[in-house]
Design a protein around this ligand. Structure first.
Ligand code: FES
Ligand code: FES
Length: 161
């Protein structure tokens, strides 16, 4: 791949199609935040360690700072903005609010997207499975306990529906 060149890509982000020309050095995180104005995914470490930039690429959660946008032509992406339901917070987002899931909140989008990915395939995860799903996400405010409780609450609600 020539990093000095540009590439035309077609992607679907939050169910909306985009045809866009990007510099080959552009990461998915840069594309989302700087070109598409979707700022839910946060830039923390920018080197795949903190998980604050987590989004879904297809059905998998990924660190968007580690994905080159030129490599995702034809793919579907889901960001924090895309999981709202009819303009309202999703049950997962609400459970973070109700449960005081975070303090400063910077890590929350990444935790929520990792948990969302888990709950897509496992409506009733065990505590270990939840911990495993968020093992790539860091919280500098040490809100791990309330984050875990928020995800448990959300999983209980989704399995009751
Ligand atoms: S900003 Fe991507 S993992 Fe930290
Ligand atoms: S609540 Fe501040 S980094 Fe997690």
């Amino acid at each position: 791949m020539n990093l000095d060149k540009t590439t035309d890509i077609n992607i679907i982000v939050n169910k909306k199609r985009y045809s866009i020309t990007i510099d080959n050095r552009t990461t998915l995180l840069m594309l989302l935040r700087e070109k598409l104005d979707l700022t839910g995914a946060k830039r923390g470490c920018d080197r795949g360690e903190c998980g604050s930039c987590t989004v879904l690429l297809g059905s998998k959660s990924v660190n968007s700072c580690q994905v080159l946008a030129c490599s995702i032509d034809g793919k579907e992406i889901l960001t924090l903005e895309g999981i709202s339901e009819k303009g309202e917070l999703s049950f997962l987002q609400k459970s973070f609010v109700r449960n005081d899931g975070t303090q400063c909140g910077y890590c929350a989008p990444g935790f929520i997207m990792s948990a969302y990915s888990l709950l897509q395939t496992n409506y009733s995860p065990s505590e270990e499975q939840i911990k495993d799903s968020i093992s790539g996400n860091l919280c500098r405010c040490n809100s791990y306990h309330t984050i875990l409780e928020a995800i448990k609450l959300a999983s209980k609600q989704s399995s009751d529906e």
